[in-house]
Design a protein around this ligand. Structure first.
Ligand code: CS2
Ligand code: MN
Length: 354
């Protein structure tokens, strides 16, 4: 396991040397943020970012995300041009020493929450989801909390129109077409792809979502068995689906999990939940059992704390403050140390007894 921390590039208000001061931190997870979706990232830009990281004593081996152009998800004729650009990005990332690319295949929207400042009784805040608030959204004039306003309302409506009639099967076919198109570049560059689960893992606004359940992964690996086709195991996203057994999934796919986002959430009623600090006692995600399942089954990927709370008066990007994610990183490393030592001890006892 290699502990990492998400860093939003030079505009991030958290300096790299603060990240380095979190003990055990090996590198950052970042991206090129000033290029439109579908553009080729120049090697120069990647090398510039890598140098900033390396100068701070941190690696840049994981990119989150290289976004997938909507035309690829829609299966439009122009997709081949965008797949070619994606292949070039993989090659350039490989040249810059990147080993893993996190991405998602969610139509139009990425993660979705109804409140970015859910208030806890201790004064900290976190992200939350409420079905009742979701139903209140004005679908003709969508304004979503925290969603980057990269589309004008007209563009968004046009895009939603393009997706009319899109089925789960068609989207899956387009996903497989994309993966088959990029796998040769991954083979050549030695880069692992790690698909981030849909968050939350169910359809929203009538758009199909296809990466959020055990059967989705089984189907995905059957269709594209290449070992470079892997997973970002995000416990917050997958955990929002109460149907998912996270320790069982972690055990089953451990060797395909190239990147793990370990975080917490607490179920309230129905499908509602709020996010919380990383500790198991604070929610419904059993971090210990997940780590144990990963470590017993050959996990060798990167790890990062995911959304944390805003604490100690920090006014950070929701989910991405320094303090709570730093606490999360330390907590997670403690769990890994304990689990690894438990396993070592148990193995010694087994050898002794036999
Ligand atoms: C998520 C996503 O992990 C996260 O923080 O909220 O934004 C994630 O970065 C993307 O879905 C990955 O492509
Ligand atoms: Mn995540």
């Amino acid at each position: 396991m290699k502990m990492t921390f998400r860093w939003y590039g030079e505009k991030d208000c958290i300096p790299l040397n603060y990240i380095k001061q979190i003990q055990g931190m090996t590198g950052v997870v970042t991206a090129v943020y000033d290029e439109p979706v579908g553009a080729v990232w120049s090697l120069d830009k990647l090398l510039h970012m890598k140098k900033l990281c390396n100068d701070a004593g941190l690696e840049m081996e994981v990119i989150e995300s290289v976004p997938v152009h909507e035309d690829i998800k829609l299966g439009k004729p122009s997709r081949d041009k965008y797949i070619e650009a994606y292949r070039q990005n993989i090659i350039n990332c490989g040249k810059a020493g990147v080993k893993c690319i996190c991405y998602n295949f969610m139509p139009v929207f990425d993660w979705f929450r109804t409140n970015l400042y859910y208030k806890h009784s201790d004064g900290s805040t976190s992200l939350s989801y409420s079905e009742a608030d979701f139903c209140k959204l004005d679908r003709k004039n969508l304004r979503l909390p925290g969603w980057d306003e990269s589309y004008t309302p007209d563009e968004l409506n046009g895009l939603l129109k393009d997706y009319e009639g899109m089925t789960h099967e068609k989207l899956f076919e387009n996903f497989v077409y994309f993966l088959n198109g990029i796998m040769p570049a991954c083979d050549a560059a030695g880069v692992n792809m790690a698909v981030h689960p849909d968050d939350p893992p169910w359809d929203i606004f009538g758009l199909p979502r296809i990466v959020g359940r055990e059967e989705d992964y089984d189907r995905l690996f059957a269709a594209v068995p290449n070992p470079h086709n892997g997973i970002t195991f995000c416990t917050g996203s997958l955990g929002a689906g109460r149907f998912n057994d996270l320790p069982a999934m972690a055990a089953k796919y451990a060797k395909r999990i190239y990147f793990a986002h370990l975080r917490q959430l607490k179920y309230t009623s129905g499908t509602d939940f709020y996010e919380n600090g990383h500790q198991t006692a604070e929610g419904n995600v059993d971090i210990y059992s997940i780590v144990r399942a990963l470590e017993e089954n050959g996990f060798e990927g990167y790890l990062r704390p995911d959304h944390g709370r805003n604490v100690w008066g920090e006014d950070a990007k929701p989910g991405y403050g320094l303090f709570d994610r730093a606490m999360g990183a330390c907590y997670l490393q403690g769990i890994f140390e304990a689990v690894d030592k438990d396993i070592e001890k148990e193995n010694k006892n087994d050898t002794f007894q036999s």
